[in-house]
Design a protein around this ligand. Structure first.
Ligand code: SF4
Length: 81
């Protein structure tokens, strides 16, 4: 009998996350440090829009998600209200 691996469909998209291969350090930099490298990696990521959507839906406050810094996501949320 085949037993499927149990994965949460909501998090399935994360299997293609480029940041999972590079490590989380770039994506959660110390306050004031550059997020340029994280954004560069996001720019090549196949699931960038799903990632950004997830971060906005779940009100993720820290780190770079979907190519946007926490400040940029706040701004996006503010203008799309
Ligand atoms: S868009 Fe960026 S933060 Fe999101 S999964 Fe891809 S590499 Fe990670």
């Amino acid at each position: 009998m085949h037993i499927d691996t149990i994965t949460s469909p909501e998090l399935e998209w994360q299997q293609e996350a480029l940041c999972a291969q590079t490590g989380a350090d770039f994506f959660f930099p110390e306050p004031g440090s550059s997020v340029r490298e994280a954004k560069r990696i996001c720019g090549m990521c196949p699931i960038r829009s799903a990632c950004l959507e997830y971060a906005l839906d779940h009100d993720e406050r820290f780190g770079v998600w979907g190519g946007l810094s926490e400040k940029e996501r706040l701004e996006l949320r503010r203008v799309s209200r």
